[in-house]
Design a protein around this ligand. Structure first.
Ligand SMILES: [Fe+2]
Length: 268
């Protein structure tokens, strides 16, 4: 399996704190059957400096060397989780190779957990005009997408993709995130499952249990593709092979069954 989204690089963000943490995370991942991890540190508005990107690359090279030394069979690739901001297009023009996943045309975008600014569709249009395919990181953890899954559908229909966290399927973040992840999966609004791992214990890089839960809902072939064929295609900069046309949640009765607080339930 490939873990496309993981904060395994030590001492960069709120992920692994030390190289020992990172190696422990890699050991957990390897035991799960993960062979490849993409190190995707948070990149916020103020982080776009040559020094920051050089440090990330240095950490990646250091961790790769440590993995080889400890004989942990994990391939480490470069990437980022890019916090969405209005000046993103300019930053992409200046720092594209540091922001995309393994030099591809795919890029993770992260929204604040409770807010999506107006104009997001225009921004996504501009991103795609730059040749970037945005992958929305963990939309099930964003209360705006949970309350208004039609917005996620609109962005996916425009050409964006979405990645759900493995922990969301196993209840790690709570019931609302779990329900949202399962509904998004049913509506073909999830194209990748990744760990978003931050540590060996609290948020470890595990995928197996989440894939089992996804299998029960969408079948083994499709669920497997979310952690194998699709992320592999990203790393090779190809179109993802497992893609099903999304269902518009606004036209699905199930959109009113998400067990989350908010207007979806009240509109029953
Ligand atoms: Fe993340």
């Amino acid at each position: 399996m490939i873990d496309l989204h993981c904060h395994i690089l030590p001492g960069i963000d709120d992920g692994a704190r030390t190289i020992e943490d990172a190696l422990e995370m890699a050991g957990i991942a390897a035991a799960e059957g993960i062979t490849t991890i993409v190190g995707t540190p948070h990149v916020f508005k103020g982080d776009f400096s040559p020094e920051e990107f050089a440090l990330i690359e240095e950490k990646r090279a250091g961790l790769s060397a440590a993995l080889a030394e400890k004989n942990i069979k994990i391939s480490l690739f470069g990437g980022a989780e890019v916090h969405i901001s209005h000046n993103l297009i300019e930053e992409i023009r200046n720092n594209r190779k540091n922001l995309v996943l393994n030099g591809s045309s795919y890029m993770f975008v992260e929204f604040p957990s409770d807010h999506i600014f107006p104009g997001v569709k225009n921004l996504f249009f501009d991103l795609m005009s730059e040749g970037i395919t945005p992958i929305i990181a963990h939309p099930e953890r964003n209360s705006v997408f949970s309350r208004n899954p039609g917005l996620l559908f609109d962005l996916v229909q425009m050409g964006a993709l979405a990645q759900a966290n493995s922990g969301s399927f196993t209840g790690l973040y709570g019931r609302a995130e779990e329900e949202a992840a399962l509904r998004f999966l049913e509506w073909n609004l999830v194209h990748f499952i990744a760990s978003d791992g931050h540590s060996p214990r609290a948020i470890p890089p595990r995928l197996g249990e989440a894939v089992k839960r996804a299998e029960a809902l969408i079948g083994g072939k499709k669920a497997g593709a979310l952690v194998r064929e699709n992320p592999k295609a990203v790393l090779e900069d190809r179109e993802i092979p497992e893609y099903s046309y999304p269902t518009d949640p606004r036209k699905s009765k199930k959109s009113f069954q998400i067990k989350i607080p908010g207007f979806l339930r009240r509109r029953k």
